[in-house]
Structures are given as structure tokens and as C-alpha cells.
Design a protein around this ligand. Structure first.
Ligand code: SAM
Length: 661
């Protein structure tokens, strides 16, 4: 027989105590009760996982944390007499029996009641009595009880149960529709006829079936009604708590073992996507050794922020001119917003007290700031190799006239039939790479930055020329550049390096399983990362139904706060909305009915920096196969636009660095 002592200890520490449950009697009881004895034999190996599990009679044993949460909320204490409704496996009753004097636990299924009772006998838990019956009526024979815990959800708290509470006693019970998210309520009887009710948050339980609960419909038709996809999403969705709750980020610990975690967004202007990614990223950095945060921003702009995050001095040139301040180009709100500002400060605090080589860095994967990259390479060479700097000025001089509007260069290069600046920018990168040893000996970080900028100039030169040959080609160049930059970062930081990537769903969801790859021959960073790292890469998509978004009507036009239209029928977003769960994490990995059902291609919404609600179907929806595109799907039913920060930099305010606010 396997020894589960260690697994049980880990369960108590990681799932229960880490989530804030501190009652020593409860923790001791959970350390003692062998949960693996309360599940069917073939499930024993999973008994200490952080999830509910199926048991006999089509029922479930609750997630360990939920059991603890309810017992804690019901304030079960030594000396108490406790009533449980919905004994199921008997596990929760057994835990309460280790704390209280006596527990009566009612179960409506005869088969379950019998198995649970025999477990109590086998374990010698003789202060726990399992009875078969309808718990919605309570168990008046032994009333009153100091605590009543119901593990099945009713439409309301039955009066019969309230009357069986002692004065000062507490009842905890989920209330709400079956197959929907319910509310966990706590009722305290403060006097003979006075009760105080408190809401403890969203949960999901099987229905309380009985006289004061729901009707039993399972035998009403010959066979059970097949569940709709929306119902299945409702069942599989893991409810995400508020952003303030540490459990929010903890829900993503499952990706902590990966080498690369890519976090998407369904628009470039939704606050919830930024805030969620910030919390998850901080968690991965603090607890799982991630040391690279690479985002869909330009390299030189991100480098500016990186210095702040890693407590490095700002370069002298930086901040000196308004041109050098980060994120000054359209679409500024994508990075200059209050959520990013807060995130940057949190990342900086992650680095406090860390050695330089252990610090998390912040990098840009995109290639739009051609002018900034050219300046960065020249500035670098001015410091380390003035002769090479002179050569760089000459070679990059070819692009200089177009650095503010490089698209014009692309147009010209194609109409004149040759790429006049290509050779120079390629040569510049080669030279920097050739002199790696010499330059990196002076400062490895600075060399990495310069080489990344030189690669950016080379790829951007090609990108702008490709723009005039076709959207797919330039898209592919851009995403290949992002992938190359990420690969270089991972390589430069050594074998233990781990990266979190932030980019739009269209970049991080595997393009091979969307219209992009299947119709337009476009690839993306998500696909390239998946091909390279396989299971070591996790792709997380984000979605929303309605609310507001920050976006422009056209490129280079001002930002507006626009209303997001409710999701179209038939889309993945509409299914998510109709599941009735307002914010959730859906793990799409592994086999299962729901995954199968979601494999049929459906519409998905993509809002970028431009949003045109009038032509939404054609401008913003494309087909995808969600479970192949992403490993997980994060849902916020109602979302809000980001709050932009002003673009002007106020010079000389150090404490407000890097955004000058
Ligand atoms: N506390 C259990 C454990 O630790 O395994 C989990 C209970 S399970 C989530 C809910 C149980 O409530 C099911 O076994 C179900 O049969 C039972 N149930 C539903 N309605 C009931 C009722 N009216 N009376 C008693 N049990 C009921």
C-alpha cells in the first residue's frame, strides 16, 4: 500500500494553509484523515490533488480546500455537535469528527451511505454517524446543532435547518440553481428568531434533492438529457476569484513547470487582461523561477523600462529628449496605461534584494521602433568601439530618412526594384555578432541589448519591404522576429531561463489551428514556440463578452473608449457567456467530453488597436479550434477599457520614472 503521508502533508500546506486557513484543529484533522480511503480504489493516487473527484452513484467528493473552507466558516470546534447534509464519501464528516464531539451526516443515496458508514467503522471513527435520508429536512432527533454544513445546493436555506441550529450556531450552505454558479452562504442564529446571513463567494455543488430542495428529475425521462456545451463549460470552468484574492494567481500554478508561458489578450485595450496577466506573471516570477518577461512592445522602449525594473541606472541619453521616452508611438495606451504602470512597479519590487543575475528582466519582442533601435546601436558603439560607430552611422544612414515612416521605404524599395539598405543592416548585425566575445567582455547585458537592436533593424528593414508584397509575408516576418528574439533571450540567460510572454491572442494562440494558418498561411509566435518546446510551452488565451475597450477607429487616429458588442451567437465567446460563470479558467488540456465538443471550429473575436463595431463580424471574427489553439482559456464576461496615461514625459521627476507620472 502506498504511503500517502507526504502527499497529505503537502495538501495541507499548499492547498489549505497557503490559502489562509489557520484553525489548528482543522489543519490537524486534515493531516490525520486518510483521504485516499474515501475515494474509489482506482482514484486513490489522485486523492490529494487540488480538485473534486468522482465517487460512486455519480456523485463527487469535494475539493479538499472547499471542505476546509466550509468547516472553517461553520466554526466547527471541540465540544460541538455537528450536522452534515450530503455525506457523500463521508470525508468531510470524518474531518469534522476529528474536531467535534459528535457528527451526524445524512446522505440520500443508500449505496453511498452504506460505503461511508463502513469507512467510519473501519477507521474507528465512532463519533460519526452516517444516516440515509432526506437531509433537506435536517435530523431533528438530535437537534440542536452548533454547526450545520450542507454539501449540496438548494434554492434557499430550508427553514427546518435553521430551526435545528443552537443559538449562536452557524450554518454553511451553497444556494443557487443546479448546473450554475452558486453562492456559499453563512447563517448565524443570533437569537431565537434572529439570523444573520453573510455571502462567502461563488462555488459549485451538486443539487440538494429532497422535500426542501430541488426535485429529482433523473428518472423522469428514460435516459438523462445530454448536457449542452454551455452546461459543460459551466461544470468544467474553475471560478476565478477577485484580483485581490491570492487564489487568483495560484490557479495558474499548474503552468509553473513550463519553460515558456504565453499569456494572450482579446484586445489591446482591456484592463482585466492586463491585470490578470500581471498577477499571473508576478506569481510565476516569485514562485516558479521565471526570469524573462517578454512583451509585444518594441525592444528599445522595453529596454528603458527594464533598467528601472532591474534597478539599473538610466542611460544618460535616455529621458534627455522626449523622443527617447518609452512608448511614444501609436498605440500609446497599449503600454502607457495605469495597469502596466502598476505591473512595472511590482516587477521592480520582485527584484529587490536579488542578485543581478537572478533578477527578472523586461524585454520587447516587436520591431516597430526602427529609429530607436538605430540610435541604440550607434550609442552603444560610440561607447565601446568608435570606429564601428562611424561605420554604423553610414550604414544606417541609408534608412535614416525613413525612420519616422519606414513604410515609405518599403514602398520605394519595391517600386525601384531593389532593397537599397538591406546589405548594410545585415552586415551591421553580422559584425556585432562577430565581435561578441570582445564586446561582451566589457558588459554582456549591454552587448545583448545592442545585438537585439541590430537584429531588429535588419528584420524591420525586411518587414517594411514585405509589407508591400503581402500581409501574410510581413506578418510572418514579424512573428518570426518575435520568436527569434525570445529564443535569443532564453539562450543568453542559460538553461534555467524561463519566460512569460505577453502578446495578443492572434500572436500567442497556435496559428495552425485558426483561419490565420489554415486559410492565410500565417504563422505566429505561439505556433513556433509550441513546435520548439512542445509541452514545455503553455498558451493561455483570454476572452470577453461585452463592456468597454480602448481602441482607435483607424491607424494613427486618437484612442476612444468604445462599447464592446455582445459576442456573436455561435462564437466561443457566446458559449462562454452562456455558461453563466462570470470569470473562469478553463483548462483545455487532456481528453474529455468538453474538449471534444469544443473541437468543432467556431468563431472567435479578435480586437486589436483598431475596433470597428459596425463591421464587427468581418473585421474582428475568425474561425479557430479553441482546444488546439490554447492550453487554457481565461474568461471575463464583462470587461473595462484600460485607463491611459498622458504621453508627455515630465522631465526630472525621478520617483515617477519610467512614465514620468
Ligand atoms: N461532503 C462530501 C464529501 O466529503 O465527500 C461531498 C458531498 S457531495 C458534493 C453532495 C452529496 O449530497 C451527494 O452525495 C448527494 O447524493 C447528497 N445529497 C443531495 N441531496 C441530498 C439530500 N436531500 N439529503 C442528503 N444528501 C443529499
Amino acid at each position: 500500500m502506498a504511503d500517502f503521508t507526504q502527499a497529505r502533508e503537502q495538501m495541507v500546506v499548499r492547498q489549505i494553509a497557503a490559502r489562509g486557513i489557520a484553525d489548528r484543529h482543522l489543519l490537524a484533522a486534515m493531516r490525520e484523515v486518510p483521504r485516499h480511503e474515501f475515494v474509489p480504489a482506482d482514484m486513490a493516487a489522485m486523492a490529494y490533488e487540488d480538485s473534486p473527484l468522482p465517487i460512486e452513484a455519480g456523485q463527487t467528493i469535494s475539493q479538499p480546500y472547499i471542505v476546509a473552507l466550509m468547516i472553517d466558516a461553520a466554526e466547527v470546534a471541540p465540544g460541538d455537535k455537528v450536522l452534515e447534509i450530503g455525506a457523500g464519501s463521508g470525508y468531510a464528516a470524518a474531518v469534522m469528527g476529528r474536531i467535534a464531539d459528535r457528527v451526524v451526516a445524512i446522505e440520500r443515496h443508500g449505496e453511498l451511505a452504506e460505503i461511508a458508514a463502513s469507512r467510519m467503522r473501519r477507521l474507528g471513527y465512532d463519533n460519526v454517524e452516517i444516516v440515509q435520508g432526506d437531509g433537506s429536512k435536517g435530523w431533528s432527533a438530535e437537534a440542536p446543532y452548533e454547526a450545520i454544513v450542507a454539501a449540496a445546493s438548494g434554492s434557499h436555506v430550508p427553514e427546518a435547518l435553521l430551526r435545528q441550529l443552537s443559538i449562536g450556531g452557524t450554518l454553511v450552505m451553497p444556494v443557487g440553481e443546479p448546473s450554475a454558479v452558486q453562492n456559499l452562504v453563512k447563517v448565524t442564529r443570533t437569537a431565537e428568531d434572529d439570523f444573520e446571513q453573510e455571502d462567502l463567494g461563488p462555488v459549485r455543488f451538486v443539487p440538494l434533492i429532497g422535500e426542501h430542495g430541488w426535485r429529482d428529475t433523473s428518472r423522469e425521462s428514460g435516459r438523462p438529457r445530454p448536457r449542452s456545451i454551455e452546461e459543460r463549460i459551466n461544470q468544467a470552468a474553475e471560478i476565478l476569484p477577485d484580483f485581490e484574492d491570492p487564489d487568483f494567481a495560484a490557479a495558474f500554478d499548474r503552468f509553473g513547470d513550463a519553460r515558456v508561458v504565453l499569456l494572450g489578450e482579446a484586445s489591446h485595450g482591456t484592463s482585466e487582461f492586463y491585470r490578470a496577466r500581471a498577477l499571473v506573471t508576478e506569481r510565476l516570477v516569485r514562485h516558479h523561477g521565471f526570469n524573462i518577461v517578454a512583451v509585444e512592445a518594441d525592444w528599445p522602449d522595453a529596454a528603458f523600462v527594464d533598467r528601472y525594473i532591474r534597478h539599473r541606472e538610466a542611460r544618460e541619453e535616455e529621458g534627455a529628449s522626449a523622443e527617447d521616452a518609452p512608448f511614444q508611438r501609436f498605440p500609446t495606451w497599449m503600454w502607457r496605461n495605469t495597469d502596466v504602470d502598476a505591473f512595472i512597479r511590482r516587477l521592480r519590487s520582485c527584484n529587490e534584494g536579488r542578485y543581478a543575475e537572478e533578477m527578472v528582466g523586461f524585454y520587447g519582442l516587436d520591431l516597430y521602433n526602427l529609429g530607436g533601435s538605430i540610435r541604440a546601436v550607434i550609442d552603444y558603439l560610440d561607447d565601446v568601439d568608435p570606429d564601428a560607430a562611424a561605420l554604423a552611422r553610414e550604414r544606417y544612414g541609408c534608412l535614416q530618412p525613413w525612420s519616422r515612416n519606414p513604410a515609405l521605404y518599403g514602398q520605394l524599395a519595391i517600386s525601384e526594384g531593389y532593397a537599397r539598405c538591406e546589405d548594410g543592416v545585415v552586415e551591421m548585425l553580422r559584425e556585432l555578432q562577430r565581435k561578441r566575445l570582445e564586446y561582451a567582455a566589457l558588459d554582456g547585458e549591454e552587448w545583448l541589448d545592442a545585438a537585439a537592436n541590430a537584429r531588429l533593424v535588419k528584420n524591420a528593414e525586411g518587414y517594411y519591404r514585405a509589407m508591400y508584397r503581402g500581409a501574410a509575408e510581413s506578418w510572418n516576418l514579424r512573428d518570426t522576429h518575435m520568436f527569434e528574439t525570445l529564443s535569443q533571450l532564453l539562450e543568453a540567460k542559460g538553461p534555467g531561463a524561463k519566460a512569460v510572454v505577453w502578446a495578443h491572442n492572434s500572436h500567442i494562440g497556435n496559428a495552425a489551428y485558426t483561419e490565420m494558418g489554415q486559410v492565410r498561411e500565417e504563422l505566429n509566435i505561439g505556433q513556433l514556440v509550441k513546435e520548439r518546446f512542445g509541452e514545455q510551452a503553455r498558451l493561455v488565451g483570454f476572452g470577453t463578452h461585452s463592456g468597454t475597450v480602448a481602441a482607435a477607429t483607424d491607424w494613427d487616429r486618437p484612442m476612444e473608449i468604445k462599447a464592446v458588442r455582445p459576442a456573436l451567437p455561435g462564437s466561443y465567446e457566446r458559449l462562454s457567456h452562456d455558461s453563466g460563470v462570470p470569470r473562469f479558467l478553463l483548462d483545455l488540456r487532456g481528453p474529455g467530453e468538453l474538449r471534444e465538443a469544443l473541437m468543432e471550429p467556431r468563431l472567435e473575436r479578435f480586437i486589436g488597436v483598431i475596433y470597428r463595431p459596425e463591421t464587427e463580424r468581418w473585421s474582428h471574427y475568425a474561425e479557430a479550434i479553441l482546444p488546439m489553439q490554447f492550453d487554457a482559456w481565461v474568461w471575463f464576461d464583462e470587461t473595462e477599457a484600460v485607463t491611459p496615461l498622458p504621453v508627455e514625459q515630465r522631465p526630472g521627476e525621478d520617483e515617477t520614472y519610467p512614465f514620468g507620472l
